[in-house]
Design a protein around this ligand. Sequence first.
Ligand code: FES
Length: 325
Amino acid sequence: MQELELVVSAVNAATPQIRELRLKAVDGGTLPPFAAGAHVKVRIPGLADARCYSLMSFDASGAAFDAPDEYRLGVRLEEASGGGSRHMHGLGVGDRLGVSSPQNDFPLAVGATGEATTVLIAGGIGITPIASMATALTAAGRPWVLHYSGRSRSQLAFVDELATLAGERLVVHADDDAATRLDIGALLATLSPSQHLYVCGPKGMIDALIEGAKTRGWPAEHIHFELFTAAAPVAGDQAFEVELAQSGQVLTVPADKTILEVLEDAGCDPMYDCKRGECGVCTAAVLEGVPDHRDYFLSDAEKAGGKLIQICISRAKTPRLVLDL
Ligand code: FES
C-alpha cells in the first residue's frame, strides 16, 4: 500500500467532540482517488496500530473522488482514547502525517440499487463514510434517503453541508428528542427488502438494524454496514485459555484482552486487518472448545458449526479453545 506524507491544511471544530481535518499533499498535487466508503490509515507516533478514518466528500460533481486535491476526515475525540483521537485533535495547520493510500472495506454498489431508493443510516461519527455515499449517489443520479442520528442535535456534525446536498432526503434524529428519536423497527417497517441499507454507527445500532432487517426478510446482500469501534469487553466476560496446536503453547486470555492481543503480546505474528470482526482476515480454525462468536464475518451456519473463529473479537464459551495456529 502506498504511503503518503500529507500536511494538515485546515482544522475545523464541527462539534465540541468532532474535528474536521483537511489534508493535502506536501507538494500540493492531486491525491490518489477514492470511492465512497473508503478510509485511510493514519500513523500515530508512539502507537503500534494505525488508526482508520473514512474519507468524506460533499462534492456531487464527483471531482473530489476522482482527482482529490485534499482528503477530509472527521475525528471524534474518544473519552477512552488509546491516543489516536487525542493525537488527531492536537494537530494544527502545517503538521504532517503519514497516511496510507485509500482502501475500501465498505463499498457502495451504486449500480446494484436499480430504481429502489438506497437507505443510508448514520449514527454519530458514522456519518463520515455515509456522507460520501450520499454524495456518490447524487453524482450517479440515484435515489437515496439519509437518516442521521445522534445523542442530541448539537452533537451531529456536518449537518449544514448535508442539508445543502440532501434537501428533504436528510432526516435528522436526536435521542434526547422523543419526536425525532430513531426507531429502527419503525423505520424498517416503512421500507422494502428490495432496498439496500447502508449503516455506519455504534454496535447497538448495527446489531438492531441487522436483526430487524433479517426478521423482516432482507437478503444479507442488501444489508451493508461498518462498525466504528474495535472489540470491547462485555459485562460478564471471563478469562479463558487458548492452546496453539502447532506449538503446544497455552496462553491465558484475560477478560479485557482479545485472543489477537494476547498472541501479539506473546510474540506471535497473527494476520489481521479490521480488528472489528468484519473483514475475515484473522479467521482461525477451532479444533476443540466452543467459540463465543461476536463477529459480523462468519455466516450463521459457520457460527453454529463452531469450527471457525475471528480471533480479533470473539471469545470462548468453554474454559479452553484449541486453535489450529
Ligand atoms: S481482523 Fe478483521 S475480522 Fe478479525
